[in-house]
Design a binder for this molecule. Structure first.
Ligand code: RP5
Length: 171
């Protein structure tokens, strides 16, 4: 899968620790596509490619990236390791990759020691989707057209619930 934002400025890095995380992190990419936000997909591991991870973290801001989304499973140190090497905001997505079903990744990602923040989303696809929406909300602070798209998105969700209410039937 390639980022579909060719020609756009890359504002968001969607990072993952393994290509096995891609089915989950695709949910983030879909939202960024929907909102027309330029992004890149980056594969790097805190444990298997520590130097590559450092190089990515240290160069992201200089390349114009504004927010980093990080999906990782198991002993998921990737978001914290990246956050320790950049001042960009980092949003972590715990991935369900082991027999602990993502609880390991959730605790590894969320329990950062004071001083290095990682905003941590829910485990799995909902977390990946919300990570992108959270990034969109942050970027919308300085982008009126993005703000309008988010407003429309939220209104459509509410309309969809109303429609579902009308179609509720006892099974
Ligand atoms: C983590 O280990 C990755 O983020 C992935 O979720 C998990 C398993 O990786 P693979 O063994 O599938 O490459 O570093």
């Amino acid at each position: 899968m390639k980022a579909k934002s060719a020609g756009k400025k890359i504002w968001v890095s969607v990072v993952m620790g393994s290509d096995s995380d891609l089915p989950v992190m695709t949910e983030a990419a879909k939202i960024l596509d929907e909102f027309g936000i330029g992004y890149e997909l980056v594969l790097t591991s805190a444990h298997r490619t520590p130097e590559r991870t450092t190089k990515f973290a240290k160069t992201a801001a200089g390349r114009g990236v504004k927010i980093i989304l990080v999906g990782a499973g198991a002993a998921a140190h990737l978001a914290g390791v990246i956050a320790s090497q950049t001042l960009l905001p980092v949003i972590g997505v715990p991935i369900d990759a082991t027999s602990l079903r993502g609880l390991d990744a959730l605790l590894s990602t969320v329990q950062m020691p004071g001083g290095i923040p990682v905003a941590t989303m829910a485990i799995g696809k909902a977390g990946a989707k919300n990570a992108a929406l959270f990034a969109a909300r942050a970027l919308a602070l300085e982008d009126k057209s993005l703000n309008a798209k988010l407003t429309a998105y939220v209104k459509k969700m509410a309309r969809d619930v109303e429609k579902k209410q009308q179609n509720l039937k006892v099974l």
